[in-house]
Write a protein that binds this ligand. Sequence first.
Ligand code: F6R
Length: 616
Amino acid sequence: MLSDLCGIIGIVVANKNTQYSPGTMVYRGLLRLEYRGYDSAGVASICDNKLVVLKGKGRIIDLERKLGFSKICGSTVIGHTRWATHGAPSDINAHPHTDCSNRFAVVHNGIIQNYLDLKKSLISKGHVFRSDTDTEVVAHLVEDYYNVLNSVYDSFKQAVKLLEGSYALLLISIHEPDKIFFAKKDSPLIIGLGNGFNVLASDIPALLEYTKRIITVRDGWIGYISGNSVYIEDFDGNIIDWSKYVRIINWSIGDAVKAGYPHYMLKEIHEQPRALKDTFYGVSKDENIARVVDLILDAEKVFITGAGTSFHASYYFALASNILAGVMVYPFIASEFESYAPVVSDRDLLIVVSQSGETMDALKALRAFKERGAKIVAVSNVVDSAIPRESDIAIYTRAGPEIGVAATKTFTTQTLALAWVAVALARSSGRIGEGEVREYFDILGNASKLASETISITEYAAKRLSEWLHRVNSAYYLSRWIGVPVAMEGALKLKEIAYIHAESYPAGESKHGPIALVEEDFPVIFVVPNNEEVEKLLLGNIKEMKARGAVIIGVAPEESSLIDEMDYVFTVPRTHWLLTPITHTPPQQLLAYYTAVRKGYDPDKPRNLAKTVTVE
Ligand code: F6R
């Protein structure tokens, strides 16, 4: 199914002395939600007892110029960035959506699966729909109930009861202009507690400028905020003591701005040394690592899963635990969970890797395994997100917010955290002794420095190579052994932001088919891990490609015997093979970045993609 990957924000101000007007707060929040991907945007508020809606197709900055989002009056404002699914991108289909009598406005992230049935029944009652969206049914449903119940909250609750699917919903009404009503199921939603105002948003960056006191709204919660109060209950009507859920987040607004870089992606590539340092500091002190190791060793079968980049990190861990600890871990792509669930029992373990902690494919895999009694371990970058919440135990990376759609610092931090788990596993399974553990501690503790070196020695080379690479239509990314997931990650970066077809497979497979495509000037990127045996095998693969006229691009450690075989080389620091993702990924990220920029694309907002895929 296609997905609705929108961003929502809502602010109610009780005390007019906030630094910005409510309209400006929502506008600035919308800009911070842009990274999720969108085609249209809108805002609504209540001014002088009337609903005002400004919305349209296009970029937020252009809509601001045209419609003046930030100047909208009123102290209760909701906003939305839309990623079209039900209904083409258009002014009409942009959110907020309203009812027939313009008394209720709704923004929504998710999919209302039964909207066609609901719409049919509402039309038969005389409701007139303006858009093709699933969301509009919510505004009409509330209107319908309000005509009978005369209470906005009761009507909203009744409407939500009828919805099937996923939703983070915000509703405002002229009948209670000082409140925003909300409900959540399977789409992310956060409350930010301010001084004289409260905020609701899809994610932390959108409200980081205003407050650091947040509550992660749980599935099945419904309620409302005003400028100085919060009310929450669960779908069964039990009142939630939300004070127990308040957390102070330590991300700073500096983490969520470009800080002088032309794009978030470049900033985040350069943030890797810091992110790796913080992550290693965090995991090396984390008592959960020992518990995770015990769970792995106690389990009959161990699986690891994730989507996209997080799958590559999962695959890396499976290889690292085989090689280092002799422990078999089965990696699979999260959306394929149904092929694996039938063999799962309560003696098994699933590790779910997800930077956002909200990816629906990963969440569904988690739930399917949990239903069969398997224990669940989460590896995530976002504390309190859905996947860690539903897991038995969680390990966190400390990359900070990642705004660029393409994962960069979250991949290297995931692999570093998982490398430390592999080391702990090797110790507990008796493969290495205490002395070696200390050596590994030093090796992994050096990741930050190595990433910094890699970036500084390869950035210029990446920029230069992009001058040639931007003209090609297709490329192969090959490696062997621990390098395979790293090459897969390189290929994913090139295809998702530079729109160049890039395929990655273990190099030994070339002669079984793919080499048929290779001709004069076909680019083949070889990721060369630090291992003599692997280098020998890769030599043969390089030669077979060269013989067909391929241009050989290498990402290889200093003094690699393969450097002379290559047409173009990114020389990276020579270190332990376990750190291959740390030393070999940044040049590939930079190559994709500069190639995208050379082609005139915005690497932060690749077409057809959104940062967090919260639906199937
Ligand atoms: C690629 C990318 C995606 C994500 C995938 C999973 O650059 O960002 O492939 O890795 O959508 O997202 P998380 O890790 O949030 O579950």
